[in-house]
Design a protein around this ligand. Structure first.
Ligand SMILES: *[C@@H]1O[C@H](CO)[C@@H](O)[C@H](O)[C@H]1NC(C)=O
Ligand SMILES: *[C@@H]1O[C@H](CO)[C@@H](O)[C@H](O)[C@H]1NC(C)=O
Length: 216
């Protein structure tokens, strides 16, 4: 009798466990487009790791980009106004990234984010540089029309809401969550060596991942 009672629960748990094991590990990064620590994390760690794992849509690692960081929002005459840590250029850069994600296929959008972050590490105005549009054959106009639209304000307001929900509150950028959770140590480990951190988690799950071969 007891076994019958617990059997469905047991089956459900096994199923759930398998479901969990198949879900990619999600890395969420709250960042700012002109912040050097953000550019380093995205261009040198997160994007290269996504590529090593087989691209933006691979089965082991998933990335969520939230270009907002320490931005403040106020409402003036019923209109939302945003103030960014590194000034208006950064606010625009955040909208460019957001619009890329909204407008382009995921692979291209994230490649664009990598490209602009990489250029920013070598020249401070890389964000406005048309080079990334050219390299990736992106229609700059389609991004620009989004950047200056109400749609962009709605998008940035959504980021603002996501940020308000963070617990603990963001006090550093890039603010990194793994599977929706934040700890200081985990964030430091991620910035230090994201591949090691993610691979250790995948090894623990029993996942077989070629890019993690050195960690088994
Ligand atoms: C945002 O507001 C806080 C509190 O008023 C202030 O300390 C901070 O400098 C502001 N940041 C920006 C980017 O304006
Ligand atoms: C990121 O973008 C830069 C600039 O376009 C490029 O040189 C680099 O190869 C890209 N990174 C990866 C991992 O593809």
């Amino acid at each position: 009798m007891a076994i019958l009672k617990y059997f469905p629960g047991l089956l459900a748990s096994i199923f759930l466990l398998q479901l969990i094991n198949c879900t990619p590990i999600k890395v969420t990064v709250h960042y700012e487009t002109i912040c050097p620590d953000s550019t380093r994390f995205i261009a040198e760690q997160l994007y290269p790791l996504l590529m090593k794992f087989g691209g933006v849509k691979n089965e082991n690692l998933e990335a969520e980009f939230v270009p907002y960081g320490k931005t403040n929002v106020t409402t003036v005459d019923g209109k939302k106004e945003f103030t960014c840590q590194h000034g208006p250029d950064e606010c625009e850069g955040n909208r460019v990234h957001g619009c890329a994600m909204k407008t382009l296929p995921a692979e291209k959008a994230i490649a664009f984010i990598n490209c602009s972050m990489t250029l920013l590490m070598v020249k401070p105005r890389g964000r406005k540089d048309p080079e990334c549009f050219k390299i990736l054959e992106i229609d700059e106009e389609s991004i620009n029309s989004c950047v200056n639209s109400e749609e962009a304000v709605t998008m940035v307001s959504k980021y603002s809401k996501m940020e308000r929900k963070l617990n603990p509150k963001l006090y550093y950028v890039p603010w990194i969550l793994i599977e929706g959770k934040w700890t200081q140590k985990q964030m430091e480990d991620a910035e230090d060596d994201l591949q090691r951190l993610i691979c250790h988690k995948l090894v623990k799950r029993g996942a077989k991942v070629e890019a993690c071969a050195q960690y088994y």
